[in-house]
Write a protein that binds this ligand. Structure first.
Ligand SMILES: C[S@@+](CC[C@H](N)C(=O)[O-])C[C@H]1O[C@@H](n2cnc3c(N)ncnc32)[C@H](O)[C@@H]1O
Length: 207
């Protein structure tokens, strides 16, 4: 089991268990609820998210995974959380109220120009989990605008959202082909048994 050291002790985000250890509080990180936790347990070789990282998070939903990313980057890092569903944004705002490093942004990840004014400078990492048919293009356009050269992208690709009529492996190859114009693929991971519907990618931005 994974856990992150909580930046907001005493608060749960999605009903996770809290543990105290040597004066610090830790939050269990459920791989069935978070694809990043699943990817780590499935053998993600390098986790680019580190203390002090600046992360652009596309598709933050209610903040389940984004809150763990916020724990990891800590007070010197930042997590810019883009979400376009008002209901999710309401929950996300509650989570962000207790976390100074989280910046909730109501915006559409397909139009990065909409939220450029809220992101200061380049980010180290883009995390994308949006379940949109144009997932690859969303990553490319956000990377060109916000990601530093040599920065990392973590991405959960959902074949069913791109094209339900084709074999997932074909859809994944095509998405990777489009991304390879700007990214080097460092690792690709299936997330079974935690999640059966996504391919998880770790990419490095050529700049
Ligand atoms: C699978 S959920 C994300 C779960 C989240 N990453 C987590 O692990 O906690 C996908 C989210 O992406 C959001 N989304 C989809 N398309 C989007 C877009 N174009 N712009 C912003 N958010 C989008 C949806 O509203 C939804 O909340």
């Amino acid at each position: 089991m994974l856990a992150t050291k909580s930046l907001a002790p005493g608060r749960r985000v999605y009903g996770e268990r809290l543990y105290s250890e040597r004066g610090a509080e830790y939050r269990s990180w459920d791989p069935f609820r978070s694809k990043l936790s699943a990817a780590i347990l499935k053998g993600l070789g390098v986790l680019p998210v580190a203390p002090g990282s600046r992360v652009l998070y596309l598709g933050a939903a209610s903040g389940t995974t984004a809150s763990h990313v916020s724990d990891i980057v800590g007070p010197k890092g930042a997590v810019y959380c883009v979400e376009f569903a008002p209901r999710s944004m309401r929950d996300l705002l509650n989570v962000a109220m207790a976390r100074e490093n989280m910046v909730p942004i109501m915006g559409d990840a397909r139009q990065p120009g909409q939220y450029a004014e809220y992101i200061k400078g380049k980010v180290d990492i883009i995390y994308e989990d949006v379940a949109d048919p144009s997932q690859a293009e969303i990553m490319l356009s956000n990377a060109r605008m916000f990601l530093k050269a040599g920065g990392s992208a973590l991405m959960a690709v959902k074949a069913q959202s791109i094209d339900v009529s084709r074999r997932p492996s074909e859809v994944y190859e095509e998405a990777i082909g489009r991304l390879s114009a700007a990214f080097e693929v460092r690792q690709r991971l299936g997330l079974e048994p935690f999640d059966r519907h996504h391919l998880f990618l770790h990419l490095s931005f050529k700049g």
